[in-house]
Design a protein around this ligand. Structure first.
Ligand code: EAX
Length: 328
């Protein structure tokens, strides 16, 4: 056979014909969106809506593939993968993201928000918007504040009600220096682990407890080994919906707008669902034999007071103006 047609010039002409054709003209993209949250949890209901809206409004030119449940790794790994463009999107806890942008550490101070409404007020303010915009310096566009929610304690070996009960307790924390510093300041032995490692570590007794919102504790089955829960609400945990900056800025303005609006819709959906999910899941945990304990007013005050030395020690180490603004 005569294969001389595979001459360089011919191949170049051929590929030119292919690439100037429909493939590029249609401007198609795939967005891989990884997270550690269980597939049916509130956040992923929001992200599924995001995926649907983007696909629908671009007539399928942009396809969003959501990979829940740590399929693509832990949160630090996925933030790095999003920065490098190995994946396009992720939505980590703000504390883990603060390792990449120190100004976010102000959210890692315990008991800083009394309720979600107060948190929304700060997150939706100019200050909150400025903090999202600042992530551009880390190669990330923040499309909005997501929500994990108020974090509560779940222990394997008996109920905790007071901060001094944490003495010597090996508590799994996120890889968040400010969280670690707080638990150390009250005498606990914080053990930072990435989320995919938590279940096994609890089961094997590497740690004595964990802290997370009820929904994730339950959906990730952490309440099986750790079924003594206390509603401490010690940290309000926003998540941040991130997209690789170069990828986003390479899209047409219209596509950028579609993605931003779909992210806004996801945030609305997540906030609406979060209003009731915590109580619903708490009831399920109790129905399945878990013990869930509320703090008395005195106990709650003891927890808040326990954070004062931590504030004194760390308030100067973070963006103090932002911290003051939030407290006000
Ligand atoms: O962002 O690691 C954790 O405990 C977080 O709450 C979880 O990754 C969700």
């Amino acid at each position: 056979r005569n294969t001389s047609f595979i001459a360089a010039g011919t191949v170049a002409a051929l590929s030119l014909a292919v690439w100037s054709g429909s493939v590029v003209a249609e401007d198609t993209h795939t967005i891989k969106f990884g997270n550690v949250i269980s597939p049916d949890d509130t956040q992923n209901q929001g992200y599924d809506l995001f995926a649907e809206q983007v696909t629908e409004r671009t007539d399928g030119r942009i396809e969003v593939q959501v990979y829940p449940d740590s399929q693509l790794g832990g949160e630090r790994e996925m933030i790095e993968a999003t920065q490098f463009g190995d994946i396009e999107m992720t939505a980590p806890s703000v504390g883990v993201l603060a390792n990449f942008d120190k100004s976010l550490e102000v959210f890692d101070f315990p008991f800083i928000f009394e309720d979600a409404a107060t948190a929304y007020k700060v997150l939706d303010s100019e200050l909150g918007k400025e903090m999202l915009a600042g992530l551009a310096d880390s190669g990330l566009i923040a499309l909005g504040w997501g929500e994990n929610g108020f974090r509560n304690l779940a222990m394997t070996d008996g109920t905790v009600t007071l901060p001094e009960d944490m003495e010597g307790i090996k508590l799994r924390t996120m890889q968040v220096p400010m969280h670690i510093a707080y638990w150390e300041s009250i005498g606990a032995a914080p053990t930072p682990l990435s989320f995919p490692e938590v279940f096994t570590s609890l089961q094997q007794g590497v740690v004595d407890g964990v802290e997370n919102p009820y929904e994730l504790l339950y959906s990730a089955r952490l309440t099986e080994p750790a079924n003594y829960l206390t509603e401490t609400r010690h940290i309000y945990d926003p998540e941040v919906i991130l997209i690789n900056k170069d990828f986003f800025e390479g899209l047409s303005e219209e596509d950028q707008m579609i993605i931003q609006e779909a992210a806004d819709a996801a945030v609305d959906k997540i906030r609406t669902l979060k209003k009731t999910v915590s109580d619903e899941i708490r009831a399920e945990i109790e129905a399945e034999g878990g013990t869930v304990t509320d703090l008395t007013d005195e106990e709650r005050q003891a927890w808040i007071d326990s954070a004062i030395p931590f504030y004194k020690e760390n308030a100067d180490k973070v963006d103090t103006d932002k911290l003051k603004a939030i407290l006000e």
